[in-house]
Design a protein around this ligand. Sequence first.
Ligand SMILES: C=CC1=C(C)c2cc3[nH]c(cc4nc(cc5[nH]c(cc1n2)c(C)c5CCC(=O)O)C(CCC(=O)O)=C4C)c(C)c3C=C
Ligand SMILES: [Fe+2]
Ligand SMILES: [Fe+2]
Length: 339
Amino acid sequence: MKKGVLLVNLGSPDSPEPKDVKKYLGEFLMDERVIDIPYVARALLVRGIILKTRPKASAAAYKKIWWDEGSPLIVISERLQNKIQKQVDVPVALAMRYGSMTIEKGLQELVDKGVDEVLLFPLYPQFAMATTETILVKAEALRDMHFPNLKIESVPAFYNKTDYIEVLANSISNHLKNKPYEHLLFSYHGVPERHIRKSDITKSHCKIDGSCCATPSKAHEFCYRHQCLEVTRLVAEKLQLKNGMYSTSFQSRLGFDPWLQPYTDRTIERLGKQGIKNMAIVTPAFVSDCLETLEEIAMEGEEIFHEVGGNQFTTIPCLNDNDAFVNLLSKWITNWYKN
Ligand SMILES: C=CC1=C(C)c2cc3[nH]c(cc4nc(cc5[nH]c(cc1n2)c(C)c5CCC(=O)O)C(CCC(=O)O)=C4C)c(C)c3C=C
Ligand SMILES: [Fe+2]
Ligand SMILES: [Fe+2]
């Protein structure tokens, strides 16, 4: 069998213009694993409310971070793909779950190269319904419809792999080398609390009460909250951070349902009000810098911190196409096709 790899990231609009942002958000938010309410209610909420106002505001935010070459998330993912391709002996394609670079096109590109066994590689360290699961479900549906003879294997969430933690911890310490900080905040993309309960395979473990995620359980294989807290714990251990010098929060909430807490914006505000003058922030739910890191954290987050008296706000870049990260993914891919 000829093997190939499909890297999959979230996706971005084609341009930062409201019409393209509206098209992209329409596809993204109509995914039943992102806004997980019945179809009619979802359509009313997304098409009747969100798409009437959000595209204009989101387009303005995208314009602030857009690069000459395009969306940072897409450009960075392409750089990652190209660098990995130089290190491995099987074809490596790139697709996005939403937007124009579809998973269907990515699978077709590999099939056109003679590939009949694909390693599907969701570019997310932690499992979530709205990330890893939706990619797997979509790829399998496309396989059943268009590529019935294609074998698909997937890479599970890699949040607790020792070599990943090492790469992340090294990236953090390199960026903070000459920047003294009093507090390091680990900010992860949030999800509604309901998503955590839905993904609980035991149907009884996840109570989101502060202790369930630290109590061993089969549920953790699919618990986004546990996996985020583990990344913080393992990196803090590796960097020998003292208790109180670091914490975890969740960003980017949307709507009125309870999302994972504490919220990042309120945490930044609280830290500033407590007298922290120099803080650093890292965003390990994202492997590539994107709207949520470049605008929501590096711009809005910094503004909040300064408003409450904070001084130095250091945003640590995502792993992006950093050589150590490229080497790590290339090593995992090579181990897969050599076995
Ligand atoms: C409404 C529900 C949303 C869920 C659940 C959600 C989960 C989730 N998202 C990411 C990663 C990214 N999200 C990004 C943008 C973004 N996310 C939502 C909504 C949900 N995300 C919206 C509406 C948007 C669009 C921007 C906006 O209008 O604010 C991005 C950035 C994409 C880019 O083009 O740069 C990423 C990346 C994760 C990891 C996650 C669950 C764990
Ligand atoms: Fe999101
Ligand atoms: Fe839990």
